[in-house]
Design a protein around this ligand. Sequence first.
Ligand SMILES: Nc1nc2c(ncn2[C@@H]2O[C@H](COP(=O)(O)OP(=O)(O)OP(=O)(O)O)[C@@H](O)[C@H]2O)c(=O)[nH]1
Ligand SMILES: [Mg+2]
Length: 403
Amino acid sequence: MRDALELVRRELGPEASVLHTREVNAGPLRRLVFGRRYEVAASVAVQVPSKFSGDIGDLSLDHAGRPRVPQGLHVPPPSPAQDAWEGTTGEDRAESARGLADMDYRTRYREDFRRQVAGQLGELQAMVEKLCEQASSAPTHDLPEALFRTFTDLIDAEVDESIAREWIERLRREENASVWGDAAVAKARIIELLEDDIRVSGPIRTEAGKCKLVALVGPTGVGKTTTIAKLAANYRLRERRRVGLITVDTYRVAAVEQLRTYADIIDLPMEVVATPREMREAVARMSHLDLVLMDTAGRSPRDEVKIQELKSMLSEAEPDEVHLVLSSAAGANSLLGTAEKFAEVGTTAMVLTKLDETHGLGHLVSLVRGCRLPVSYLTDGQNVPDDIQVAQRGTMAERLLGM
Ligand SMILES: Nc1nc2c(ncn2[C@@H]2O[C@H](COP(=O)(O)OP(=O)(O)OP(=O)(O)O)[C@@H](O)[C@H]2O)c(=O)[nH]1
Ligand SMILES: [Mg+2]
């Protein structure tokens, strides 16, 4: 190997990169019969990190006969024959070395190219399949103008395409030309269809001589505390009910202060509880009231431990109702996933907040159709106590469809 590399140095100079080395007669028997022979591919033109580092002068072999020589070899001005492989000498060796290096490079290049093309073809095929599927299922073939317009309006309102398609197909199947021919009539019919899918719980009902305990739960920052303040103010100031507040949100000092501020302004008793025992005592102390609203700390639906903690705290309080508060700013899938996770704590209704912050509310159609919970309240602003309404099927359907 030392001799071979010396030949490389002589032919190509110290600038050459050693691309490949191989013992031709590997194995003790072959070595014995045929002698030691080495093959070295080297190149001046192909600039790759050399198989060796260091100077040609450092050439030495390790115990397995592999060259220890570092670095490609350095030479003065390159000769016309730039590539060579070593083992013997001469023009033909230079030619073979060039061939070897080229082949190696071409094989790798071809492999990479083939892989890239295969990947791109796969993507292209998936795209074409998707387009074909959409084209065949979109209700645009021979669709009356009014129905087509209704379909595009639903998509603009962020209604899931499959739901919009389902409604349009249903109208075409079940209705007559008077519906198909008038977009306003078609939309009114779709609002009716959505109304059938919406479940509402109505407002929290208080009963004389009975204390109603209602907890609000949900992810962080969705508007639980603000909604509690809105509800408390309305029941206390407008309905003249005796209202109390309990908070189990002791994770943030600011959270307790936020609720206390509302309690002070509306003039309500308030309890802060941190343990199941305190919870039982607080509920007992407030049992003479008409309505007790319980604020809880925001929980990520993905935090299993915190969800279980909330569940065990609520099981101490035994609330009559547990309203899941969801921000309409979240996407349909996220809302459905959250609703499913919070079902573990015994949710009985849902409050949809921040309707004012969301451009299209059509994604909430997927939520109300996919979730068993009835909607109790809708909130659409930060103002306490005004920006809250009891959810009603008709107005909610119109609002969700932006019609
Ligand atoms: N635009 C708008 N903002 C709202 C609405 N409801 C609440 N907010 C705002 O949302 C922010 C968070 O409200 P909070 O009531 O503190 O939310 P939370 O769920 O109690 O938050 P955590 O206790 O931290 O989990 C505040 O700035 C509220 O004013 C709403 O309907 N519309
Ligand atoms: Mg809060």
